[in-house]
Design a protein around this ligand. Structure first.
Ligand code: GLN
Length: 451
């Protein structure tokens, strides 16, 4: 049914870069046969899934949305890909994304944009617009995303779906093509909080192949979601982040946010206001740290080991020509920014200052979590904008992420869930829940209660 749905709508939506019809059907049939033979199967066996093209998949093309990797078929599986296969979930295909996960609209994909199923003239968010759109268009029931500054939560918000960025280190990054290693985290995308909880438990857990992987048990997300469904939040303290509202936030987004707060109160929660003054500098710090790490991570695309090669007279010219042709404008912009920020003489002033801001943001969160069990805000300041509207204005594009970036800088978990449509345009808005590191389960409880 999902493959039929993809065939029917994906020429319009363009959520997928690659659809693996044969592979998905083969896994589905194996699961059917195993079930008929009375074998015991893992909980999500037979449930199809779409995978963001940032995750390497043995035997399936992987491009990270970049032309420089066109035609590359990885010789191995990412840890999360392996877990999906072990869970016996049919892989429907690889989803579209902004090139190397740089963007908030999927317009920076080297293979053309994805469109928002709510309105095909609007963006599905980014960088994981393909994963979110595949859920909103009912092409897939579950998907995988990656979130470096909001790429799971912002697309979830603008497509009316659920997206979770786990605690940093909670899900292995082995085999996820790195954007900014200290910020990147893979996570579940779904249509309900409980569905996301099931996928989170499949993806999570310690992995010796990832040096930053947490050596602790996977949080009990499913149990927490079930608890949330009982709709009793007595004694739970919700902190509203003062800095993430007001100027720049669309009226309908704020209205729906307030309504969600009211609902939390009727379920027994208390709502307090908290202040995180350093958030003012979060976006600026992020756009120094991310390009710095990205410029280093992307050095490996050198025309020798992976993908595209534009042959010239010398190896230096070959590398230069390959990178000039293979990378898009946004990737080049960030490589230049990052190389500049890391260069001798500027390192302390830019990169060093940004790292200090990161510490201040972590302190703001620590103080706020003394007053509240979870913190909340709208996920994005506005509903989805039109394709083309911000493509020539990088700063306007970057502003999409003001509410999502602080969680990445601090390494804490974050969730976005639907908060209704804005009255003025009928488009989806999102409600963000943030929890202290390692307390991912808390978000599932509150999210499921609110859903
Ligand atoms: N939109 C943000 C950026 O462009 C977030 C990207 C991400 O989370 N991968 O960097």
């Amino acid at each position: 049914a999902h493959l039929d749905r993809i065939a029917a709508v994906d020429t319009d939506v363009h959520a997928f870069l690659h659809v693996d019809t044969d592979g998905a059907l083969a896994t589905a049939r194996e699961v059917d046969a195993a079930r008929a033979a009375g074998e015991s199967l893992p909980p999500l066996a037979g449930v199809p899934i779409a995978i963001k093209d940032i995750l390497v998949t043995e035997g399936l093309p992987t491009t990270a949305g970049s032309r420089i990797l066109e035609g590359w078929v990885p010789p191995y599986d990412a840890t999360v890909t392996r877990k999906i296969r072990e869970a016996r979930m049919p892989i429907l295909g690889k989803t579209n994304m902004d090139e190397f996960a740089m963007g908030s609209s999927t317009e920076h994909s080297g293979y053309g944009p994805t469109r928002n199923p709510w309105d095909l003239d609007r963006i599905p968010g980014g960088s994981g617009g393909g994963s979110a759109a595949s859920l909103a268009a009912w092409e897939a029931p579950l998907a995988i995303g990656s979130d470096t500054g909001g790429s799971i939560r912002q697309p979830a918000s603008v497509t009316g779906t659920v997206g979770v960025k786990p605690t940093y280190g909670g899900v292995s990054r082995y085999g996820a093509i790195a954007l900014a290693s200290s910020l990147d985290q893979l996570g579940p995308c779904a249509r309900t909080v409980e569905d996301a909880a099931y996928l989170h438990e499949v993806m999570g857990g310690h992995d010796p192949m990832d040096a930053t992987s947490l050596n602790e048990p996977v949080p009990s997300c499913v149990e927490a979601a079930r608890q949330g469904r009982e709709q009793d939040l007595t004694g739970v303290r919700i902190g509203v982040i003062k800095e993430l509202s007001g100027e720049g936030y669309q009226a309908g987004v704020e209205q729906r946010f307030e309504e969600s707060l009211e609902k939390l109160k009727t379920l027994g929660a208390t709502v307090v206001e908290v202040s995180c003054p350093s958030f003012t500098y979060a976006l600026a710090a992020y756009y120094l740290i991310l390009p710095s790490e990205a410029s280093s991570n992307l050095a490996k695309f050198d025309s020798v080991r992976f993908g595209m090669r534009v042959e010239k007279a010398t190896i230096e010219k070959t590398m230069g020509a390959t990178r000039a042709e293979g990378f898009g404008d946004e990737v080049k912009r960030r490589i230049i920014l990052g190389t500049y920020a890391l260069s001798a003489g500027y390192y302390d002033a830019y990169y060093g200052s940004a790292q200090k801001v990161r510490t201040l943001i972590q302190r703001d969160f620590a103080a706020a979590f003394e007053q509240a069990d979870v913190l909340v805000s709208p996920t994005t300041p506005t509903t989805p904008f039109k394709l083309g509207e911000r493509i020539d204005d990088p700063l306007a594009m970057y502003l999409n992420d003001v509410a999502t970036i602080p969680a990445n800088l601090a390494g804490i978990p974050g969730m976005s869930l639907p908060s209704g449509t804005a009255p003025e345009d009928g488009l989806p808005t999102g409600f963000q829940i943030l929890a202290p590191a390692h307390e991912d389960a808390r978000m599932y409880r509150i999210g499921a209660a609110l859903e």
